[in-house]
Design a protein. Structure first.
Length: 158
């Protein structure tokens, strides 16, 4: 909108637009009236419709992509929860097996099982000396086994 022209402050009388169509706005003869609504040309209205339909289609497609993404994310979370549940069950099983192995390896249990089989404590314990694995061992002396003479008697066949 255009502000009213500066004047003497006296009230102006409006002239009807049918009598003087070009002089609505304060007597300016060369000015065209402003258009608020586009005129009804088919190209402008159809182009606007296509553009609005295209924008709605893009928005719908974007929302569908978001929905599919959330569905995939939820599916992955469900799979991860089931795998974590299986992992927790296997870890509990592993702890139970380790506990049973530790119970079976206890020296007091081994001693009591040996006594139950009538085994006795040794009178002397011989500890083996430590041998470094990097030190080569001497070649052992090997003696051949004694040959046992076998005597066989053969009877001449006649």
């Amino acid at each position: 909108m255009v502000p009213p022209p500066a004047g003497n402050g006296a009230a102006r009388t409006l002239v009807s637009s049918s009598a003087h169509p070009r002089q609505d706005r304060g007597g300016e003869a060369g000015r065209l009236p402003l258009k608020v609504v586009p005129d009804g040309r088919a190209g402008a209205v159809g182009g606007g419709r296509v553009l609005s339909l295209l924008s709605v289609a893009v928005i719908v497609c974007a929302l569908m992509v978001v929905v599919v993404g959330h569905a995939l994310l939820a599916n992955g979370q469900v799979r991860m929860a089931s795998i974590q549940k299986q992992l927790a069950a296997e870890q509990a099983n592993d702890r139970q097996i380790e506990l049973s192995v530790q119970t079976l390896e206890m020296p007091s249990r081994i001693v009591s099982a040996a006594l139950a089989q009538h085994m006795v404590h040794p009178t002397q314990v011989v500890e083996l000396p430590f041998v470094a694995l990097t030190t080569p061992l001497p070649t052992p002396k090997v003696t051949p086994a004694p040959v046992v003479a076998t005597t066989s008697t053969t009877t001449p066949s006649t």
